[in-house]
Every structure is written in C-alpha cells, then in structure tokens.
Write a new protein. Sequence first.
Length: 278
Amino acid sequence: MDQVKKTSYFFSTGAGNNAPGESAYYYWDKFKGFNPYDATHLDIYFESAKDCGAVDTIRLTIASGKHKEISDILLNNITFNNYALAQDDSIVVIYDGDASPAQSINSIIIGCSITYGTPCSQIGQVWNDEIAGYTTGITSTTNYHHRLPTTVLNWTLGTTTDPTSFSAYNATTPFFIAHSPGKITQINIQGQSNSRDAFRFYIYKAAASSSEVNVSLTLLHTTASIIPPVVSRTYSYHEDVDSAIFSQNDRLYIFYKKGANTAGTDNYWSISVSGEYT
C-alpha cells in the first residue's frame, strides 16, 4: 500500500526556543484553518499540542494586507507535501526566529507568536469504579469491614469500630483517588447473601497526606439499608446520589456493616460507583 507523507510544520518565536510557547511542531493533519487578525497578522489554528479538544493559535506577523497571498502559499505547501506519495516524512519551517538570520517559508512572514489553547475542562466528565468483595460468618453489627492491602476481596478480617481513622497501612486501600474535584452520582450493587440480615455500605473520603501515622476519614455517603429478598439468591441495589462531593486528590474508601443479626452472614458483592467531575 502506498504511503503518504506526514509533514510537520515548525514555528519559533525567536525568544530562545527553550520554554513553553517559544516553539512548536504541528502535523499537517492537525491544521484547522486561517483567520486574519488585523492588517499585519494572520492566525493559523491547529489542534492543540496539549490535546483534549483545544485549539492552538499561531499568529504570523506578515507584510500588510498579504493575508490571502500567504494563506495560498501555506495551503499549496500542505497539499504538495502531504498528498504526494513519498518515502519519508518531512519538516517544513514556517518561521524560525531563533535562526541566524531568521528563516521563513516566505519573506512575507516576519514573525510569529504561539498561544496554546486552554486544555479541555474535565467538568461533566463521567468516572466509574468497580469494587468486588465478600465477608464470611459475620455476626457483629458494630464492626465496619473493609479491604486490606493483602486481601482486597476478602473483607472479613478488615475490621474497625471507628471508620473515621485509618492506619497508614490500611489507608493504602482506596477504591478511587480523585485527580479533579467531583461528586458521586450513582451506586449500583449486585450480590448474593446466605441471610436476609440488613446491611449498609459507607463511603468515606480522606485528603491526600504525607508522613502521617494515621489518616482522618470523613463520611461521604451511606446507602439505604439493604435486605436481600431471598436467602442465597441474587440481590440488587441502585441509588442516585446527591451531595457526595470530594476534592482533588481525595481518596475514597468503602466499608460494609451489618445492621441486624440473626445468623453468621456470608455476603458477596460487586459494587459500581459512578460520578462526574465538577
């Protein structure tokens, strides 16, 4: 199969070529278009070097009124270099202010500036995490059961009566670490239990920490009481969540606790926690 060139275009402002916004390469297929800025400037738009849907602006300083002429020159270059069959990719210098003397694809261009587009906000982006686990033979209605670093599925031995404080060891088991502020919007649970004893799940959050012996946790959300409808058969739970808000870098933890006891309970579950960045 014939291969088409993938040409990149180089711009340098002349400010030293050693800091953001001083030089940039763009592939031709990231080109979006032209727009005159004023009598002596022409804007070129490319999909951002930082990705995420933003658009970068290269503002060329040109001879007065030469917008169409330089646009035609650049478009012809893009067509020639990228739609002709070729063996090798290539680099085309549009303007290099750091060269001595400055280099330009055409003497009409006498300078440039580079403005990166604002990276896409994560606002509204949805996230989801899955947590599987189980406990066996549970009778206590005061113990909160949680994952352990060495047994993330079996929560039977992970117990505390005070979920507002975790040792540094236990604090290594969050199910989610937030890279942006956000909130929980939905919880879905599918499981199977050998008893109809009621239980709940509790989600706590903790701020990022360093050099701490113990980590403080704050209650973020509690599910409604869950009662399996039939012993040793599947159960399901769904909840739309409001006001379960966390901050950037917060860690989220989840606990299981029985609310009633008639017999030792073996409970197996898969939990889906969903949310969005705010």
